[in-house]
Design a protein around this ligand. Structure first.
Ligand SMILES: [Zn+2]
Ligand SMILES: [Zn+2]
Length: 368
């Protein structure tokens, strides 16, 4: 089943083309591709496409519908009934949004459903099994999905004898040709519902709440989508269901941050700890973890905690945790502290701008 070409492409006009331009394009093309004239092997098919495109684009109303819905709009088996169907939210999108096309006479497949799920930070790191509740279109319980009122049945469409297609002989200035189009009466479904099911107004679908358990794998990144095959919207009148796409959001953590497979966090130490080293407990994905800060650490230096990052989604092992060390300059000092720092000031080398650049470079290199 090949996708139907865009009507504007068929006529080779812009979407903004006016009626005169469309008519002229049609005449030129029809003349060139008429089966009696053209030697191209696909002349008949091409000529039919040109006629079909012109039939729609010449008619303001049909053109507007086509602009809005593409090929799924005009002649869609479920074009009728939508007006009465407003109560069901995005049912309109559900039918037209998926961009799938059905063979005439075949049940139209359902569209994909989409939901968002928000995970806790650590659920995103280690994965989780979570229940999701969502709404999707399922076969109507009243009519079992066939769209007919209780006690009645859909009948085979007369004009197309159930095929969903009609052949029409058309006369044109170039002679007679046969145009195969979707049946207007049944919209291509091959069946007609004479008395419509009151629950679904003949569409054969109704909204239902569904609960599914989803296993989110470890190491997934926020923004990823999971797909559950066949858990989307059912198609009208027995059409196979589409898929369910689950977008993954991850709540921010008060301390930890994700960077791919790595996890980042910050720690603040005082001047003495920076000079003499320290032993600290810091939060990681695995809980509180002891970390040794080496003596003489420079502000901004990251400490790498190997294997404390997120599990790798593809491949094995885990990323690392980078702990960025910041040094807080004391602002409130008592007399004793002030005296001690005074002594330090006299004994330590003073500030200078010599070697300043190389120091900054060293810090930068540590980040890479
Ligand atoms: Zn129904
Ligand atoms: Zn029909």
């Amino acid at each position: 089943m090949s996708a139907k070409p865009d009507f504007y492409d068929v006529l080779g006009v812009e979407r903004t083309a006016g009626p005169d331009e469309i008519r002229k394009a049609y005449r030129d093309l029809a003349r060139r591709h008429h089966p009696d004239v053209s030697r191209e092997p696909d002349a008949t098919e091409r000529f039919q496409q040109i006629n079909e495109a012109y039939e729609v684009l010449r008619d303001d109303e049909k053109r507007a519908t086509y602009d809005r819905f593409g090929h799924d709009g005009p002649g869609s088996p479920f074009g009728a009934g939508f007006d009465d169907f407003g109560g069901i939210g995005d049912v309109f999108d559900a039918f037209f949004g998926g961009g799938r096309r059905s063979r005439p006479g075949a049940a139209q497949p359902g569209t994909d459903a989409r939901i968002q799920v928000e995970l806790e930070f650590l659920e995103g790191v280690f994965g989780v099994e979570t229940d999701v509740d969502y709404q999707r279109l399922e076969p109507c319980g009243t009519c079992a999905g066939n769209g007919a009122a209780p006690g009645t049945r859909p009948s085979t469409c007369g004009p197309c004898r159930g095929t969903g297609q009609v052949q029409r002989a058309q006369r044109s200035i170039f002679g007679q040709f046969v145009n195969v189009t979707t049946c207007d009466t049944c919209g291509g479904a091959g069946q007609v519902v004479e008395s419509k099911c009151p629950t679904c107004t003949g569409v054969g679908l109704e909204r239902a709440s569904v609960k599914r358990t989803v296993r989110v794998p470890a190491g997934l990144q926020a923004g990823t989508e999971l797909r559950l095959t066949g858990e989307g919207n059912h198609g009208p009148r027995g059409g196979s269901p589409g898929d369910l796409y689950i977008g993954i959001d991850v709540k921010p953590h008060p301390v930890l941050e994700r960077d791919g497979d790595n996890i980042l966090s910050n720690v603040v130490i005082n001047v003495a700890e920076a000079a003499l080293g320290a032993s600290l407990e810091v939060e990681t994905a695995d809980g509180l973890t002891s970390v040794k800060i080496p003596p003489g650490i420079q502000a901004g230096t990251p400490i790498r905690l190997r294997g404390k990052g997120a599990p790798r989604l593809r491949g094995s092992g885990r990323g690392d945790h980078f702990l960025f060390v910041h040094v807080a300059t004391p602002t409130k000092l008592n007399r004793k502290q002030r005296d001690l720092l005074d002594q330090l000031r006299e004994t330590l080398p003073g500030g200078s701008d010599s070697g300043g650049r190389s120091f900054v470079e060293k810090i930068r290199a540590a980040f890479r």
